[in-house]
Structures are given as C-alpha cells and as structure tokens.
Design a protein around this ligand. Structure first.
Ligand code: ADP
Ligand code: MG
Length: 691
C-alpha cells in the first residue's frame, strides 16, 4: 500500500497554492503531515449544560430563551443578549454584529450556543458564542462525539482545518501511515496500530472515553506521545553524535597547576567536588569532545571545579572561554578567576556587550593571538568577529538561559584543523530529573550533591507587606549586631528601567528610615565600575544594607550577609527565588530570608511561597516549580523552542521518559527509523540537525 507522506495536500479538494502555502507554515506539506496535525484539545458539545453550573473558563453548550437584547455603548459598542434557561441567566456579548443578527436574537427566541465563559460587565458572559436559533418543537440533537480543536496559524480557520482533516482521514482507507515503532515494542506496551490511533484522535467515536481524551491520557494519545518523545530524544542523541564525530584537543591533567591553585585556598574540596572534577578530567583527556552538564545547588562550589578544568587547557597551551548569561555574573567570575589565576601568571581577557572601542579591539586581538589564555565574558563571546587562537574548552555557566543553538554556535569557534572545543555546562538551577532526561539527552551529567561543610540552613518567613515596618526594624537589629543584609526589589514588567527606578525609590526610603545604617544601591543600569565599587564596599563591610534589583540573583558572594528581604516574591519563579535566597547562608551564622508579598495572594501564589518556606533543597524546589509552572518557564527555553512538544506534556507524561531513554540507543543505528520519526515529529524545527 502506498504511504501518505508521498501525497501532497494539494491532492485534497479545495487546497490550492495559497492554502498550501498557509499550511506549509504549520509544517504541513503532505497529507500525512495533516494527519499528524493532531487536535491539541477537544470540545465537549455532547451535552447541554445548565447555565447555573457554568464557571469562568468553562466551555460548553447552553440553550435558553432570550429575555433581553440591547446595544450598550461602554468603551466599545456591543450587543448584549441575556439568555435564560431553567437554572439561571447569562449574557452573550457581540462586538461585531449586523442588523440581521440583532433581529435574529430578539426577545423570546430560543438559542443554542457554544463558547467560553468569562467574567464581564454583566456578570458571567460569553463573547461571540457560536449560536443557532432553535426553531419549532423538534428537539435539535447535540453532537454525539467530542469536537477536535486543532492548533491554528494565521490565515486558516478551525472549521477549515477540521474539514481538511476529515478529507485526509478518508484517504486512510486507500493509503496507510507507516508505523516506525518496532513490533516488539508495540507489543510490550500494547500500542494500537498507528492508523487506528490517528483515525480515533481526529474523529473520536461515540463510545470513546471522553474523560481520558480531554486530559490526554487516552491510549491512542499516549501511543503517539511515546512516539513524539522518542523522536525528540533521537534528535538530541543525533546532535550529540554529530558533535562527537568531530575531534577535540585532548587535554592531559595539569597536576602542578592544580596544586598551585588549590594550595593557597582556605578550604579543601568536598568529596562531591573532587568526584565531579575527576569526571571532567577524564573526559577532556579524550579526543572525543566532552559534553557534560554539572548540576549543583547554589553555593555548592561549582566555580572552583570550573577553574580546575580551565587549568587543564592552559597547561596544554590552549585557550578556555568562560561564559555567563549576565554581566554581573560574568564579572563575579572575572573577579574570582583573576584572584586565583593571575598570581600563577596566567593571562586573561574580558569581553561583554558593553566592551566598546579600543578596549574591545584590544581584547579581540589578545584572544585571536592566543595571548589571552582564559577568556571570560557574556554571550558577546558568541559574536562572529570573536576569533580564538586555539580554543579547547568552553565553560558555560547557567546553561538554561542559553539555547541549544547558541551552544552549537561555539562549535565553530574551535581551534583550526577541524577541532571542536570540549563543553562544560554548569547550572545552579537544579533541573528536575525528568526534565534533565529529555532536555539534556545530549549531555552527560554530573551532580555536586553536597554543600561545603559548616553551611547553616536558611530560615525563610513569609510576611505581608502591610508589616513592612516590622521588617525594617528587623533589618536594623541585624545590622546593628554587625550582620549585613540585602533588600531586593522585583517588578512584574520586564522593563529594566522600571525595576531600577523601584530600587532607587526603595533605597531612598530605607536610607531615610534607617539613619543609623549605611545603605547602598546596585542595579543593572549602573556603569560597570559604579556597580563594582558598590559591590566592593558591601563586600568589605563598608555598607550595612544593599538595595538591589534581581541583578544580584547569581554570583554575589558575601559570607557576612545573613539576611535577605525579597519584595513581591510572588512575581518570581521558585528557581529564581532559590537563587536569590542563596545569597545568604554562605557564612557560619544562621541566616534568614524574608519573603514580603503584596496581598492578596492567589492560591497558586500561596502554594509557591509555602514551598520556599518548607524547603531549602534546590531539587525539591525545581520539581515543585515544574509542577506549578510548566517546563518552558522552568528551563527558560520558551523562546528557543527547545521544549516544544505537540502532544506530550512532560509533567503528565513523565512515566515514558525512562522508557524512551532506555529504548533509544538500541534503535539509534537504524537511520531509516530515526530520520523518519524526527522528520515526522520535529519536521522543519530541527535546524540544528543539519550540521
Ligand atoms: P556556586 O556553585 O553557587 O557557583 P560558588 O562556586 O560561588 O558556588 O561557591 C560558593 C562559595 O563557597 C564561594 O565563596 C567559594 O569560595 C566557597 N567554596 C567553594 N568550595 C568550597 C569548599 N569545598 N569548602 C568551603 N567553601 C567552598
Ligand atoms: Mg556560580
């Protein structure tokens, strides 16, 4: 039997060049692509709901009699129709309507409507419902199965795509969809034939388990979800293989340099640091490029582990690049590395987006000539005019803010002669295991699962900002006892300018209210040298209280600071809060974190702050964050498209991840299957596959 991926959508009735172009934007070229354009939701139009049972956000069918119909003026002119059934009253609102429609919905008419309930001026309302006039005595039947809802793009309507899918389904009788999942696997999981599953999902039969379909747990959906997760996993493994088909410069251990680094330090490495360091050491001795992710909670001491790795490159007369996502974090690394490496005679270069003019030209020259052995900076290091002499190792801090694509751009910055750099990725945001398994399938992972000895757990309290005065006196007491404190301002808007302004206002107020304390201010719009002057003053104890925007989120290390106040914590993600909180608890005194929220808190907000109060463990917090917010936000990869699935939802479908991970390697050598599944599920989205 012929397969449907050879049949163009233009074979369908009503699909000409222009519609085909629109469909192509959705990645739909063949009839098979159309069949894999699966409903992402279903609507239940199989029963008529009593109006009184409706809640905001519900979608459903209602039927009733028009009791009032009028044009109201308000901010936008609209037609407001009141509809009553035996149980209650609801308003329908139309912003676009014509005289005929107004006439049609006059008082006394029976209407059947479908739409989403929202809160409006007149109580519960439905905007622009689909509606039909119910005429005569005959009972109008409701649908006998769930209605599929398809993802759309501009230029194509829901009804259009529904009817195209119906047409495509009818072709399934003559053609078939190739099932790429091996027979043995299908049997193991009792998967249905793919053709049946597809048919079912586009057109669920009357007796389908509607509850399962609506929440994505139906066996037909799960079968395809498995396939989708497998395809994603393949794409990451293929990426890894591709990377590792290149050569890297082998970097033998640099024991002398390492002892020179560690000897003057006031501490010895933890077992976890030693262990991870050994893993890296053995990786980068190989000619195969290392692809390793180091996870470690805030304060677990990742920086020194990175420095040890860097020495291995320096010892082999190669270059290292260390990259951080923000200027301030990169600066912190710059300061640390300068302190550690300069006494050893190692030369360094700095490059950020703010490096301009002569300074930039100079840095670029020193990087290109190889004179700079260790290069530290922000994503500015990705820019095309940055050329290295002999780059053997790239260290990326806080990887989750960089996309896979950016990481790959570094491949080309490797030393000449076809070498690619080893990659070490460090993240302070612990990634839940489930996510790591699917988002980082291309990386080996190491975990620094131990904090240096003597760290005190941080006690977290949640307080409404109505008790601001109390909080301020607590700050005063702590500082008069010789402690130091942070005061962090957050803002909803992404606008850095507004956030800085808020911090300026807070700093002015606190200066006034705390006349006996020295208050400093640091925010992202200050010049680098101003910022570091303030940070230095705080570090050296010349300031008691540091008011800051979330720029201090990562990297700042002042062990004497033992109190942090975070304003409006409800606006931040849990991982970010955990990062911020990690600014304290670095010394040996007991530390406190005050989460000062603005009431009222939503239910979800309450739950999230409760997690912060109850846990100091980054992994627990990250798992909760995933549950409460979803993976896109947790990883910060919304924009990069890394984690976009069509059907799968990591939290709901996580039971498949270990299965997929176990199965993938055995199929990886079957290029036909791998390519077909990647093509089917990721289609044009795998820009990075083609290297
Ligand atoms: P993170 O993993 O959050 O990046 P850092 O590397 O900034 O942590 O380390 C946090 C602090 O702990 C730094 O002051 C660092 O010097 C210190 N530190 C690192 N390793 C140890 C250790 N083994 N014992 C004691 N302190 C350590
Ligand atoms: Mg760090």
């Amino acid at each position: 039997m012929a397969t449907l991926d050879d049949v163009s959508v233009t074979a369908l009735k009503g699909v000409g060049a222009s519609l085909a172009g629109t469909l192509a934007k959705l990645g739909i070229v063949s009839v098979q692509d159309l069949l894999f354009h699966l409903p992402h939701r279903y609507q239940d139009r199989t029963r008529i709901l009593p109006v009184a049972s409706l809640r905001v956000g519900d979608q459903g069918v209602i039927e009733g009699e028009v009791t009032d119909s009028k044009v109201v003026m308000g901010r936008r002119r609209s037609l407001q129709v009141s509809l009553r059934d035996g149980s209650g009253l609801i308003a329908l609102r139309f912003f676009h309507f014509n005289a005929a429609q107004k006439q049609q919905m006059s008082v006394g008419t029976r209407l059947r409507c479908f739409g989403e309930v929202r809160r409006g001026r007149a109580g519960l309302e439905i905007y622009h419902p689909e509606y039909k006039v119910v005429s005569g005595e005959a009972l109008m039947p409701v649908d006998d199965m769930l209605t599929p809802v398809y993802p759309l793009t501009e230029g194509i309507q829901q009804n259009r795509i529904r009817s195209l899918c119906q047409q495509a389904l009818s072709l399934l009788d003559r053609y078939e969809i190739k099932d790429w999942i091996p027979e043995s696997v299908r049997q193991e999981y009792q998967f249905l034939n793919i053709n049946d599953a597809i048919r079912f999902l586009h057109h669920p039969p009357v007796d389908a388990n509607q509850h399962q379909l609506l929440d994505g747990s139906h066996p037909c959906q799960q079968r395809l979800i498995f396939e989708e997760l497998l395809a994603h996993h393949f794409s990451l493994l293929r990426l890894r293989r591709e990377m590792q088909s290149h050569k890297a410069i082998p970097l033998p251990p640099a024991d002398d340099l390492e002892s020179a680094l560690l000897a003057p330090l006031p501490f010895t490495l933890t077992d976890a640091q030693l262990h991870v360091s050994a893993e890296i050491k053995s990786d980068i001795q190989q000619m195969i490029p290392m692809l390793r992710l180091v996870q470690g909670d805030v304060g677990s001491g990742k920086t020194i582990v990175a420095a040890i790795a860097a020495l291995q490159a320096v010892g082999s007369h190669c270059q290292v690049a260390l990259m951080a996502p923000t200027e301030i974090l990169a600066e912190q690394h710059w300061i640390n590395f300068q302190q550690w490496l300069q006494p050893m005679g190692i030369s360094m270069a700095w490059l950020s987006g703010k490096s301009k003019g002569k300074q930039r030209v100079e840095a670029l020259e020193r990087i290109a000539s190889g004179e700079a052995q260790v290069v530290i900076g922000t994503h500015a290091l990705f820019q095309p005019d940055v050329r290295f002499h002999k780059l053997a190792l790239v260290i990326i801090d806080e990887q989750h803010r960089f996309g896979v694509h950016q990481r790959l751009a570094l491949k080309d910055k490797g030393a000449s002669g076809g070498f690619v750099p080893h990659q070490l990725i460090m993240t302070a945001t612990p990634i839940p295991r489930t996510l790591a398994m699917s988002a980082y399938a291309d990386l080996d992972t190491s975990v620094i699962d131990e904090l240096p000895p003597g760290r005190q757990p941080i006690e977290t309290v949640v307080i409404a900002d109505t008790r601001r005065d109390q909080v301020i006196s607590r700050v005063r007491e702590a500082c008069l006892e010789g402690r130091q404190a942070y005061w962090v301002c957050t803002l909803v808007e992404e606008s850095e300018a507004l956030q800085c302004q808020a911090a300026e206002v807070a700093a002015a107020m606190l200066t006034e209210q705390l006349p006996d304390l020295k208050v400093g201010l640091v925010h992202g719009r200050m010049k680098a040298n101003e910022k570091s002057a303030v940070m230095d003053a705080f570090k050296e104890g010349h300031l008691d209280l540091l008011v800051a925007t979330t720029v201090i989120e990562v990297g700042v290390d002042v062990p004497n600071a033992s109190l942090i106040i975070i304003e409006n914590p409800e606006r931040l993600g849990l991982a970010q809060l955990h990062q911020l909180r990690g600014r304290v608890g670095r010394g040996s005194t007991a530390s406190y974190c005050v989460l000062m929220y603005h009431p009222p808190l939503s239910q979800n907000g309450k739950e999230r702050l409760k997690v912060m109060r109850e846990s100091n463990n980054g992994f627990v917090i990250a798992e909760k964050d995933l549950e409460l917010r979803g993976p896109g936000e947790v990883l910060g990869t919304r924009q990069t498209g890394l984690m976009q699935f069509r059907l799968a939802e990591l939290e709901r479908d996580k039971q498949w991840l270990p299965e997929v991970k176990a199965l993938a390697p055995s199929l990886m050598n079957n290029h036909v299957i791998v390519n077909a599944l990647i093509e089917r599920w990721l289609g044009n989205n795998v820009q990075y596959g083609a290297v």
